[in-house]
Design a binder for this molecule. Structure first.
Ligand SMILES: [Zn+2]
Length: 72
């Protein structure tokens, strides 16, 4: 049975993994997955939001949810 799981797709529309870095697809700025602070975009990046962004935590939550749902 195929279960569509949109959050990971949504995450992938904004971010990408580059080795141990999470990278913004728009500005290319990167942050190591082990860095706990908010993500810093490049100057003028349209992906920047008023609220602080934590793509590493988002990814962790997505994966935990997949495990919880038995999709892994
Ligand atoms: Zn950006």
């Amino acid at each position: 049975m195929s279960v569509p799981y949109l959050p990971l797709e949504a995450w992938n529309k904004r971010w990408t993994l580059d080795g141990s870095e999470v990278r913004c697809l728009l500005c290319g700025s990167g942050q190591n997955l082990t860095q706990a602070g908010a993500f810093h975009h490049g100057f003028g990046c349209k992906a920047r939001t008023v609220e602080a962004q934590y793509p590493s935590r988002e990814l962790a939550t997505v994966l935990q949810e997949k495990i919880r749902l038995g999709l892994f």
